[in-house]
Design a protein around this ligand. Structure first.
Ligand code: 2IO
Length: 413
């Protein structure tokens, strides 16, 4: 059992190194944990977190005006409510479903093939840095119809954007750097968005810029904010989820064998990865009125952080929550990527992740391709697994050795 340090802080290095051992203590003893340095409350119980995310009028996303809007260069979907939100969300959903999603899956496949090819003969790959990170960026650029030759520049810019939204504390110097990244990214995107309004293609930017719902359309400013949002949201969590999936499977050879034998189990393995180790650990909200959570009153106007990692391991919500089990009855795999998901990795309620189906398609496609190529995947000698991040969290690297298969990527001409 972890003992409660008298000055326990979510901002401590110890917590950042590995927050999981602290979650039971937080849920049981301080389910409403206050951090004075940042004047914010941290909620760790499943019911409290679900309530905040579901009751969107009582717990608003106003926090994003300061946490996101400066780098998004405009209001994002998650800040909107009412008719405007409904219409614009529908437009975005359309951009990520049906025929659009089919094209996107083709891009996922093609980029995964291209990026894994150089490693196949070597029998060695760092699944995070060699593959996952460039893969996530390439796919996102293809989906948006942006030039992949610019990928390092665009990645550097949206990394600055992501740093801004996912930092708990930010020095003035980092803040300036992040804002500069955002301004440069905006300057790069605006002419492209403008051009696609008059000369649309079949990419997501064109679809968003030309779409209309109930007479409501997206302005250039809306689309800019949304594209910057998508650049950060589609890349930050993707390599993390993929690497954590492989990490859990490599640590559990029996489960790995089952998934290799029956790829139909992949959605369950992905959903359980999202429950067990969500790539996004925190979701901020603002409390409208004084509100009691688990016996503690949080004053009106406060910022609360929903602790997704802690909620997803609450024994009140999941049996034996600290066990990774792709067969668990309470996971509800079929619902795991929908509004009815039990785990909270995509949030829940009005602002639940609009990219959930895309994320599922992405991780499922790439994992189904990689598993047969990375035979006997195991950690390289001397490798130690280390996660980092308080807001988004994932492995720093995943060095794997594997047995190369003859023939390379199946289906490649
Ligand atoms: C600005 C944290 C990368 C999102 C927010 C509305 C972003 C929003 C998230 C995820 C992942 C990011 N929040 N995706 O937590 O679009």
């Amino acid at each position: 059992m972890t003992t409660v340090a008298p000055k326990f802080s979510i901002l401590s290095e110890d917590f950042a190194r590995n927050p999981y051992p602290y979650f039971p203590m937080l849920r049981q003893e301080t389910p409403v944990h206050y951090e004075p340095d940042i004047d914010s409350y941290f909620l760790s119980r499943y019911q409290d977190v679900r309530r905040v995310l579901t009751e969107h009028e009582a717990f608003t996303s106003k926090t994003l005006t300061v946490r996101a809007e400066p780098v998004m260069r405009g209001p994002v979907l998650a800040q909107m409510t009412g008719a405007e939100h409904t219409a614009k969300r529908k437009i975005v959903v359309r951009g990520f479903t049906g025929a659009a999603l089919k094209d996107q899956v083709r891009a996922i496949h093609a980029n995964a093939e291209e990026l894994i090819a150089p490693f196949l003969g070597r029998g060695q790959v760092d699944l995070v840095n060699d593959f996952g990170k460039p893969f996530a960026v390439y796919v996102t650029l293809d989906v948006l119809g942006l030039d992949k030759n610019d990928w390092r520049q665009v990645a550097a810019w949206h990394h600055g954007v992501a740093e801004f939204i996912t930092s708990i504390t930010l020095t003035d110097e980092r803040r300036r750097h992040c804002l500069q990244c955002a301004e440069q990214l905006e300057a790069y995107l605006v002419p492209i968005i403008e051009q696609r309004r008059t000369e649309p293609g079949d990419d997501l930017i064109s679809r968003l810029r030309t779409a209309e719902f109930d007479g409501i359309a997206m302005s250039t400013r809306d689309v800019t904010a949304l594209i910057i949002n998508i650049l950060a949201a589609a890349t930050e969590p993707a390599d993390k989820t993929l690497a954590m999936l492989f990490h859990h499977l490599i640590d559990r050879p029996e489960t790995m064998a089952q998934v290799r034998k029956d790829p139909e189990l992949l959605p369950a393995a992905i959903a359980e990865t999202l429950r067990f180790t969500p790539p996004v650990h925190l979701i901020p909200r603002q409390v409208k009125q004084d509100t009691e959570f688990s016996g503690t009153v949080v004053p009106a106007g406060s910022t609360v952080f929903c602790m997704i990692g802690a909620a997803n391991r609450d024994p009140e919500a999941f049996t034996d929550p600290d066990t990774f089990d792709i067969h668990r009855a309470d996971l509800g795999t079929a619902r795991s990527f929908t509004a009815a998901a039990q785990h909270l990795a995509f949030g829940t309620g009005l602002h639940q992740c609009v990219g959930a189906a895309f994320a599922r398609a992405e991780i499922e496609t790439v994992a189904a391709m990689l598993l047969p190529l990375l035979q006997d995947a195991r950690y390289s000698a001397g490798y130690t697994y280390q996660e980092s991040g308080l807001y988004t969290r994932g492995p720093l690297s995943l060095d794997l050795d594997f047995t190369p298969v003859a023939g390379g990527v199946p289906g490649r001409d």
